[in-house]
Design a protein around this ligand. Structure first.
Ligand code: KG4
Ligand code: ZN
Length: 345
């Protein structure tokens, strides 16, 4: 079964064709980064306008790259939540129209479950995906979730951020220091040349009570931003090694925050397989730190499937469609997923 996946929840306009929920036949991602760069962040109005301009061309390219016409598609999957409402509506409306005009089933999908699905995708052949259950680590610009995963759609949240998401912390620190946009990638690159022990930033103190696996980034963010005054006094913005040291020290602490809760969750649940997804799963420090834990099996998507893409949605959508589920043409887009504190979605 060949599924066309559409993703437009934020600033990537993406479409892909995936066969049988596993094999990527095409994966087209048109990034809007150059259009948001001047604002150091995603401008929702610009994002939805660009999606409107691009979605037809991007979907067309995904079909062509897969060597298919519209008649070669058996079903459609699309992100309908969570994300920027205007952006989501463009992809959702396109997917509904495509499915309706061809008499195909379509399914409205959850973006975070898509990220969790990404490591299951392969281009030709690949290693077998581990059986459920496992621990999921979902880290993106809007979410940070540590969860127990029983199936592609059965996720129990063990811990989540009580303030900023991990990616948001990278983006905000980069913005304050003028490290560039998008923040996560710029800090990751800068940190390669820095000393992660140059600055000591605090880990949050959330251990007690029900916060065992929760995360917090506001303390780290404030501490790093407080350092900015010293940075300016020293006129360090021209000092590459000082910039790299700030980036490396922040990144190391941001990753330690994730790892501390993640390892505690693995230990307490007795689960030794960790599957990561979301934009921050591309972080080199996170990837190498997890790879160093030989007692755990850590599975990451390839770098190009960490960020937003249509393939993860096509793969996820296949699982619903093959089960006989589909969405109605009245399915709404939602900016947030309500009540995901302990049960997701
Ligand atoms: O999943 P994603 O592409 O979009 C959302 O669903 O939010 O994640 C985007 C986030 C941004 O905050 C970006 O700065 C972060 O992922 N990111 C990274 C890296 N690449 C992207 N954060 C740390 N290190 C990276 N290499
Ligand atoms: Zn995402």
């Amino acid at each position: 079964m060949k599924v066309l996946g559409i993703e437009s929840s934020c600033d990537e306009c993406a479409a892909a064709v995936v066969e049988d929920g596993r094999f990527i036949l095409s994966n087209v991602v048109a990034t809007q980064i150059p259009f948001h760069k001047a604002w150091n962040g995603v401008v929702p109005e610009i994002a939805s306008r660009k999606h409107t301009e691009w979605i037809m061309g991007v979907a067309d390219k995904a079909l062509k790259k897969a060597g298919l016409g519209p008649e070669g598609i058996d079903g459609v999957a699309v992100t309908s939540r969570p994300g920027l409402l205007g952006s989501l509506l463009v992809g959702l409306t396109f997917a509904k129209a495509f499915a309706f005009s061809r008499g195909l089933p379509y399914i409205a999908c959850d973006h975070m479950l898509g990220h969790l699905y990404a490591p299951r995708l392969v281009y030709a052949s690949g290693t077998e995906f581990p059986p459920y259950p496992f621990i999921g680590l979902l880290v993106s610009g809007g979410h940070s979730i540590i969860c127990r995963v029983e199936d592609f759609d059965r996720v129990t949240v063990l811990g989540t951020t009580i303030d900023d998401a991990a990616g948001e912390a990278f983006d905000k620190v980069a913005k304050f220091y003028g490290f560039g946009y998008p923040g996560g990638v710029c800090i990751d690159r800068l940190a390669q040349k820095g000393d992660s022990g140059a600055f000591r930033f605090p880990l949050p103190n959330l251990h007690k009570g029900s916060h065992d696996y929760d995360l917090s980034y506001s303390g780290l963010k404030t501490a790093v931003i407080n350092q900015l005054e010293q940075f300016r006094i020293k006129k360090a913005s021209d000092d590459e090694s000082e910039k790299a040291n700030i980036a490396a020290s922040f990144q190391k602490t941001a990753v330690d925050i994730l790892l501390r809760s993640l390892f505690r969750a693995a230990e307490d649940t007795g689960l030794s397989v960790i599957v990561a997804g979301g934009g921050v799963a591309a972080n080199s420090c996170l990837r190498s730190s997890l790879a160093a834990r030989k007692d755990l099996r850590c599975i990451f998507p390839p770098l190009e499937l960490c960020g937003d893409n249509g393939a993860m949605i096509a793969g996820l959508g296949y699982q619903y469609l093959v089960r006989g589920e589909s969405s109605g043409l009245d399915a709404p887009a939602s900016a947030r997923v309500s009540g995901f504190k302990r049960k997701y979605p």
